[in-house]
Structures are given as C-alpha cells and as structure tokens.
Design a protein around this ligand. Structure first.
Ligand SMILES: Nc1ncnc2c1ncn2[C@@H]1O[C@H](COP(=O)(O)OP(=O)(O)OP(=O)(O)O)[C@@H](O)[C@H]1O
Length: 240
C-alpha cells in the first residue's frame, strides 16, 4: 500500500482533554479510506491535524511527503468541514466560480461539479434559500471543484437521502479510481462497505485498520455496527 498521509505518534489536546493520545496511522493513496467511530472519538480532530489547522502537542503528520499545513499543500488538499462554509448571499454557481477562480480552474469544471453533487438544477439559487442538505452539498462542491489530490471530507453525506448518498459514494469511488486520495468520516457504519479501507477510531485510538472484507472476516460478522461492537468487546477483554 502506497500511503499519501502518514500520522506518527500524534498527541492533540483540546481544552483540558487529551483527545488524541499518540495516534499513528497511514492513509492509502488513490483509495477511499473511511474514518469511522462514535461521536467524540476524535475524527474531526484527526482530520483537522491532517489539513494543518489543528494545534498539536507532539508527533507529526505528513501529507504527500510534506508536513501537514505546508504552503505547498494548499492547492493539493481539499477539506470539507462539518458545518457548511459557503457564502449564503451568493448563488451556488457563484460560490463555485469563486473557488474555481481561486484555484485557477475553468468554468467547465464548475458545471461538472454541480452535476456531480446533484445541484445542477439549483445552481442559480441563493445559498441562503437552499435546504440544509443542499447547502451541505454546495459546500462539498466547493471542496471538490479544484480536483485536489487529497480530499478530507468530514461527514459529507450527513442529511442526504439514500439516493443522493449512493450517488455521492459512487462519485468518491470514481475519484479514487482516477488517483485521488479520500479520507471520509462518518458515524454511519453501513457506509464503511463503500470504502476501500476502514479506520475505526475510539477514544482517540485506532482500533482497526483494514479492508471491509478483512474486518468482516476478523470479527466474524457482515454487519459493520456489530463488527465495531465486537472489536470494542475484544479490546475491553484484553484490558482486563
Ligand atoms: N473546541 C474544542 N474545545 C475543547 N474540546 C473539544 C473541542 N472540539 C472538540 N473537543 C473535544 O474533543 C473530542 C473529540 O472531538 P471530535 O470533534 O474530534 O470528535 P468526532 O469523532 O469528530 O465527533 P462527531 O462524530 O460528533 O463529529 C471530544 O471529546 C470533544 O468534546
């Protein structure tokens, strides 16, 4: 496995809490890696460290061979935050054109990306008049439009209906097949099946790093929720 992102002994404290107590992992290049785990387990914190916006106490994060957050990575890494970051007084298309201009991308890419996220029909609407799910997809489109080599997507399918979720995952798989590295967080375990690899995180520690099939095999269940529960039980037994 060629890795695009390497995290070594990462320690992050937020407030007074040690959220990541020394996490290490590698993210495969040209693949979709799902970052799954319960609420508060440290998914967003790890993603923030990877895109270089999180203060870290110690350890290192390297992305495409450069330290996370380096100026040279600015155009090579796209980040979707959990709360939509789009201009509400602009139309969806104007938002995308703005980001396309920043990244030197043409208008053809804007129209293609609008279709990719299912917003072709709403392109002319002001963002403030969109539904929550549409707004989230507008924000996703802004992260996708420049076709960065690495995409870090924090819960990109939350609030979307099953058809849209299916289409978005198909698009992520297509991008990976073309060579993009994607790290996608979710706490919906059934989305794990759409990933090439899965990182399961709990209390700031990686409890599994495997393929979906590998995880099913090692836990003896096809159900991802159940697989996660079995891993936790095993881990707790090991602690006793
Ligand atoms: N700004 C902050 N100040 C202090 N603690 C924080 C802050 N942001 C997050 N935390 C704490 O850090 C821990 C990890 O949070 P994080 O957002 O990384 O989890 P998560 O796995 O992404 O959760 P979710 O699935 O709910 O988004 C939590 O205990 C949270 O309370």
């Amino acid at each position: 496995m060629r890795s695009a992102i390497t995290v070594s002994d990462l320690v992050v404290e937020r407030g007074r809490r040690r959220v990541l107590p020394g996490l290490s992992c590698s993210i495969a290049a040209g693949a979709v890696t799902g970052l799954l785990g319960p609420s508060g387990s440290g998914k967003t914190t790890l993603m923030r460290a990877i895109v270089g916006v999180q203060k870290v106490r110690s350890g290192s994060v390297s992305v495409l061979g450069e330290p996370a957050g380096s100026a040279g990575l600015r155009h090579r890494v796209g980040y979707l935050t959990q709360s939509p970051s789009v201009y509400s007084d602009l139309s969806v298309r104007a938002n995308l054109r703005y980001f396309a201009t920043l990244y030197g991308v043409g208008r053809g890419e804007v129209e293609q990306t609008l279709d990719d996220v299912g917003l072709g029909g709403a392109a002319g609407q002001l963002v403030r008049n969109l539904s929550g799910g549409q707004r989230a997809r507008a924000s996703l489109a802004c992260a996708l439009v420049a076709r960065p080599e690495v995409l870090v997507l924090d819960e990109p399918t939350v609030g979307q209906d099953p058809v849209l979720r299916y289409d978005l995952w198909r698009h992520f798989n297509r991008l990976a097949a073309e060579g993009t590295t994607l790290l996608v967080s979710s706490h919906v375990m059934d989305e794990a099946a759409r990933c090439d690899r899965i990182l399961l995180i709990r209390e700031g520690a990686i409890v599994a790093d495997d393929t979906p099939d590998g995880l099913r095999e090692s836990t003896g269940t096809r159900d991802m929720d159940e697989a996660f529960l079995r891993l936790i039980r095993e881990q707790e037994k090991g602690r006793v």
